[in-house]
Each structure stands twice: as C-alpha cells, then as structure tokens.
Design a binder for this molecule. Structure first.
Ligand code: RP5
Ligand code: MG
Ligand code: MG
Length: 279
C-alpha cells in the first residue's frame, strides 16, 4: 500500500521549517501515534494573501469542500477527504506538518503534467534499442526546477476556471519554450507548433502526488498526460528554452535509473509501459 515519502522530507522546501519525522507504519491516520504533534507552517508568499491562495483558516466559512467551488476544483481524485477541526485532512496520512506551507489551497491543489516524448534516434536516423532490454529508448522533455533543483516534468497548477488541457499546453509553453517572455509573433508561432501535438494526448495518471510541499491540510494532485511525437517531426525539432520557474530544459532518456521530482518517475514508468519502450 502506498505511503508518501517525499512529502515527509525535512526541512520543508524554501524554508528552515522542520517536519516531525516518523516511520512508514505511522503514516495512516488510524495508526496509534499519541506523540504526534506537528508544527504549523505557512510560507510568507502564501500568508501575504495572493489571488491564487485561500483565506487563512479562521476565514474559511464559505468554502465548499469536496466540490467544484466556483472556479476552484476542491474535489479529490482519491475519494472524499475528511474535514477535521474545520480543515481538510491529507487523504494519504500524516506529513509531520500542518498549515499550507507553500500551497495556496487548503485541501487538494490541482496540477497538470505534460509528458512530451519522442524516440531516441542515432546519428544514422535509427531508433536506438537499449542494450539491456532490447526495447526502443524513449526521451521526454524535462526541466530543472528552480525550487528544489531536481529534474521534473514541466507541470504546473491549474489556474482558476482553466481546463486541464489548457494547463498542459500553457505550462509546457511557459517552462520549455519560454512563452512568457516571447513577443506576440513568437507566441503565435509557439501556439501553432503546440496545437497539433497537444490535440491528442493519452492520460497515464490522475491522483495524489508525493510532493515535498504537501502538508496534513494541503496537498498536490495531478493529471499526467503523454503527448507523443511518433515521427519525430514536430516537437522533436522545436527550439527548447527554459522559462518561468524552470532553470534548464533537456530531452532526457526514459529508464528506471531516472531520479525526478515528486512522483514523476512513477508517471514516466507508465508512459514507458504505454509506448512499449525501454524502462
Ligand atoms: C507536482 O508539482 C505536479 O506533479 C506538478 O509537476 C507540479 C506543479 O507545481 P509547480 O510546478 O507549479 O510548482 O506536484
Ligand atoms: Mg509553471
Ligand atoms: Mg511548474
């Protein structure tokens, strides 16, 4: 049974806030743990009340938990989450920290992860087979995250009222093509290039993300979708340029040795299975 581990890493990202540490058998809420006394933490960026953040705990009266609440999706892919002492409770279990940390929403914070792939080809144009498995090698577009420095899928948060399919395309454009700093003409070209590839994706995962920002009261969930350039003639040829919160971008070989942010390796494994690629 799944227990979160990256969620329990200490200190909390971008802070010197420590989590209470404990063993895997104490993650489940129904396991007896009388010594559990997590501290509360809200990052300054959230405490100052930006538009994307919920009000503080004492001003939450009109929020509709486990529902689509106006433009905010407060439903969870995992099941109905519980409300304990007026706050949502992490559906996987204890995290060693309460409050929201860096996350804007109490309860689920919805993201989308675009996994853009192509086959790895040699200089002679042949698809490369991995010597160990004999299976063709897939590559995906990875970014180096500014916050933890880890390589990751170029995913991002679903904005209020935004469709997931738009989030997937927008975040890919922002983080791997630097669309935020592009001129109107360049923006149009990026949009044209992405439209076709992003018109047909295959979902590989929806659910909880084992993200280091999760807390007892706030957590990440995502929909991960594979967009595959089979012939290597669309995105495979694009000019990649890191943008927004990404510090670098690269085509990365898919395989079991990958070390990635949060649960992203798990999503890549699903893609490798779907494409019958080396893992
Ligand atoms: C992860 O955080 C998701 O899988 C997604 O990749 C990412 C979204 O957060 P930001 O990239 O916007 O920080 O949990
Ligand atoms: Mg982003
Ligand atoms: Mg991102």
């Amino acid at each position: 049974k799944f227990v979160h581990t990256k969620t329990r890493s200490s200190p909390y990202p971008r802070s010197d806030q420590n989590r209470q540490l404990f063993t895997d058998d104490l993650v489940k809420w129904d396991s007896d743990f009388p010594e559990y006394r997590p501290e509360e933490y809200t990052a300054p960026s959230v405490a100052k009340g930006p538009v994307w953040a919920d009000p503080p705990a004492d001003k939450l009266c009109s929020v509709k938990w486990n529902q689509v609440d106006g433009k905010v999706n407060r439903t969870s892919f995992t099941a109905q989450y519980q409300i304990v002492n007026s706050l949502p409770r992490n559906p996987i279990g204890r995290t060693g920290l309460t409050g929201r940390g860096l996350l804007g929403k109490w309860g689920p914070n919805h993201a989308a992860d675009p996994i853009v792939t192509r086959w790895k080809v040699s200089s002679s144009g042949q698809v490369e087979k991995h010597p160990a498995s004999g299976d063709p090698v897939l590559q995906f577009v990875a970014i180096k995250r500014g916050d933890t420095g880890e390589w990751a899928i170029p995913g991002g948060m679903v904005d209020a009222g935004e469709t997931v399919s738009l989030t997937l395309k927008r975040e890919f454009g922002e983080e791997t093509m630097n669309s935020l700093l592009a001129s109107p003409e360049e923006k149009k070209e990026i949009e044209n290039n992405l439209a076709k590839l992003f018109s047909h994706g295959q979902e590989v995962y929806r659910g909880y993300v084992d993200d280091p920002r999760n807390t007892d009261n706030a957590w990440m969930e995502t929909i991960a979708v594979n967009f595959h350039d089979e012939e290597g003639n669309s995105v495979a040829r694009f000019n990649l340029q890191a943008g927004d919160d990404a510090n670098a971008v690269a085509w990365m070989d898919v395989g079991s040795e990958l070390r990635l942010f949060a649960s992203h390796k798990h999503f890549l494994k699903k893609v490798a299975g779907l494409r019958k690629a080396h893992w």
